[in-house]
Write a protein that binds this ligand. Sequence first.
Ligand SMILES: [Fe+2]
Ligand SMILES: [Fe+2]
Length: 283
Amino acid sequence: MGKARRLVAISDLHVRYDDNRRIVEGLRPASDDDWLVVAGDVGELTTDIEWALTLLAERFAKVIWVPGNHELWTPPDDPVRLTGEARYAYLVELCRRLGVVTPEDPYPVWEGEGGPAVIAPLFLLYDYSFRPAGTRTKAEALAVAEAAGVVCTDEFMIHPDPHPSLDAWCRARLAATEARLTAELPEGLPSVLVNHWPIVREPTRILRFPEFALWCGTEASADWPRRFRAASVVYGHLHIPREIRVDGILHQEVSLGYPREWQPRSTEPGRLVPILPAAVAGR
Ligand SMILES: [Fe+2]
Ligand SMILES: [Fe+2]
């Protein structure tokens, strides 16, 4: 004890890679009361996801998880053959067994330094609305991306059932989440919005392949940071760790990423990004 408690975050652990698994084995809280946000892409295999979340739940006072696209894949070597919503439900049940907070649970309130603030884990998906310039529909956008040689593996690995498409699933998630945030965020408290994909388009502007933005979020949540009083928006998925302000609000990309991405960097891999109290203090 003695150290101030912190809310820290990381995402895109991708523990299928041994080098990343070793980094996860080294993740530890700085105080007994630290909370950890895990913003998706722990891995694809249910056994890997269970391994990582079990280890982290034993170490941190509270772990808050949101699914990434990789958790929604049904890889050929996974003994769990569930797809779509059933796969997500399986992972939510797994988290509940481990005491890990999911987007289906009541929003926890951070009462440590920088608080109180409501932590809202979100699962919003994407709806192909981050379209290349000059395209007006999902079909046009996908055709342009395909012509540029950019197609996300999700197209082959995620089955959105019972929804007819991933964008339909996204619309259902948006409607349910917007209703919950409106009803359940306590009046007057700031929030920390956590979603695997960025919830505004701005962070995708620096993608090396701009067409990839199609698989990175939805325009429908563009006004959520302000509407829902975000002190910080925590996301991953892009594997471009940084923080930016959009409309005055802090957006923190907290990914570890693949070994080939973090190995060339001079910074220590697996840094836990401070969210609170730092986000509220302003930097
Ligand atoms: Fe990732
Ligand atoms: Fe991702």
